[in-house]
Design a binder for this molecule. Sequence first.
Ligand SMILES: Nc1ncnc2c1ncn2[C@@H]1O[C@H](COP(=O)(O)OP(=O)(O)O)[C@@H](O)[C@H]1O
Length: 346
Amino acid sequence: METEAAEVNLCFTFGVIADIQYADTENGFNYSRTRERYYRNSLHLLRSALHEWNEEVITPRFILQLGDIIDGCNSQLKSSDHALQVVINEFAKSPSPVHHIWGNHEFYNFNREQLLNSALNSKHLGNGKLFDNGDSNIKSDLDPDDPNDPDAFYGYHFSPFPKFRFILTDTYDLSVLGRKKDSKKYCYSLQKLKSNNRNENLNSPKGLDGLNSRFLAFNGGFSQEQMEWLNKILTFSDNNQEKVTVIGHLPVHPYSTDPMCIAWNYDEILSVLHAHTSVVCFIAGHDHDGGYYLDDHGIHHLTLEGVIETPPESHAFGTIRVYEDRMILKGRGRISERVLHFDKHK
Ligand SMILES: Nc1ncnc2c1ncn2[C@@H]1O[C@H](COP(=O)(O)OP(=O)(O)O)[C@@H](O)[C@H]1O
């Protein structure tokens, strides 16, 4: 009975999956050799996640793919295009549209121009074109994608249900990955990284303590212009009394992840999120061990466990059921079940 009553107030559901890192190669390990990586099996886990989403009584309205869809080793194997096609062919069986985030492994395989011209560019699903509910008035002046701007970032937003909005952000907007070496953002990012990390290998956290160990080449951050863009959308959402979930590959709260996985300017983006009553959740990937923290502004920081380090007999995906006053994460396998209550003042 309780379940039936809960269904009555259900607004919609959506699927989440992170760090698939598929490659047609033997199993390997993470850098410190503490965790096995199941490169081939990640495709099987994706397949069974899609199967389960297809079987659900309430079809998820959309799927969020949190980034690192194929592993960087595909670049050395010269199989980047093929591996991407294999994974995209699986996603073609999705019961609903798939929103793609870009992570560090995307940039090991492709440059930004290639990504914009690939199936990993899901911008056409955003900014009022498919799901929005008549509020496309925030579309044109906020669009970040000037095709002539080499420093443009990848980001968009959509509203799958009245009073709910999802914003996809680019956590590698400031990065030494993916940016052209003569671009302003690359030069700024390299300087930022080198001034905080004195190691020759900029992926090494040697000598960096605590949160300073985030200054690694495989991380990145948000430009001022992206934060302004986000600020404008969130202002619209505040005024429209929406509940907003922000999504990025890198986590942004220190208590929701290992410090080696957090965005460089997490403090700046947190200030933006905290300035808006509409933000209820931030969903990230990148840290394959996952994490969770409810911050003092009532924002749930959810870091999803990665498929790549999930043993074949387990799973790493979830379905999030959205109600007016909460979201319930139905995690499978390594992802736990969680109830994310919305702060009453939101
Ligand atoms: N502690 C470390 N010291 C030096 N290089 C590292 C370290 N951890 C990771 N790397 C390197 O950084 C890159 C990204 O690491 P990887 O573990 O593949 O990222 P992800 O966690 O996103 O899968 C790889 O080239 C890896 O060898």
